[in-house]
Design a protein around this ligand. Sequence first.
Ligand SMILES: O=C(O)CCCC[C@@H]1SC[C@@H]2NC(=O)N[C@@H]21
Length: 250
Amino acid sequence: MTDWPTGYGRRVLAEVDSTNAEAARIAPTLAGPEWILGLRQTAGRGRRGRDWRSQEGNFAATLVLQPNEAPDVIALRSFVASLALFDAFVAVTARPEAFSLKWPNDVLLNGGKVAGILLESAGFAGGRPSHIAIGIGVNLAQAPDAAQLEATATRPVSLISECGAQVDPETFLDVLAPAYAHWEHQFVTYGFEPIRTAWMARAARIGEVITARTMREEYVGTFDSVDKSGNLVLKTAQGAVSIPAADIFF
Ligand SMILES: O=C(O)CCCC[C@@H]1SC[C@@H]2NC(=O)N[C@@H]21
C-alpha cells in the first residue's frame, strides 16, 4: 500500500452529521489539506439537495482543500476525485474492467452506482472561496434500498455485493488519499488536459446515445466527450451541445 501523502491531515470521527458540514466548521482552523472520515454519518447530503443515506460500514469522507482558484477551475476537482476513486477501487479489487466513471461525478461498478461525489465551496472573497470540500460517499458494505431512491436513480450497488471485497472505511481512506494526492499533483502541475484524457479513457457510455436532463431541458444525443471546461458534449440531431450541469441517464 502507498504511504499516506505528505502534507495531508487525517482525522477520523466516530460520528458526525455530515463530513461536508464538519469541513465547513473546521475549515477556518486548517492551514492545509485535511481528510475527515465519518465512521457514522447521520445527515449526509448528496448532489442537488438530495439526502445521502450512510449505512454502516460504508465510506463517508471529505477532503478539505484551500486552492486559490476561480470557481470554474475548482469545479474540475470532481474529475480529479473520480480518477482517485477509480484507482482506489482498482487497488482494492484488481478489477479495472468492472469500474467506469459517469459524468459528472459518479463511479459505477458493473453499471451500478457505487460512489458519488459532492463538491462544495465556501468563504467567498474576491470571487474565490477560502476552501472547498470534496465529499465522497462509497457503498463499501451496503447499497441503499433502490425503492427509497428516485425512480430514475442509477441502480445502487455495493463493493462487497459485486466484488466480494470486504474493505473497511479506514483502509479505503488509506488507499484513496495517496491516489487523490497523485491526481491532484497532476492537475496543479499540468492542468486539466491529462485529467480530462484519463477521465474519458474510463468513462461509461462514450459513443453511445444517452439522455441529459438539466433543470429546464432534456437532451438526447451521442456522448461525444468532455470538453476543456468539464462540460458534457453531446451530438444531437440539432448539432453538438455542451452541457455544464445535468443528470444523465443511459
Ligand atoms: O449525490 C451524490 O452522488 C453525492 C453523494 C456524496 C455523499 C458524501 S458522504 C461524505 C460527504 N458528506 C456528505 O454529507 N456528503 C458527502
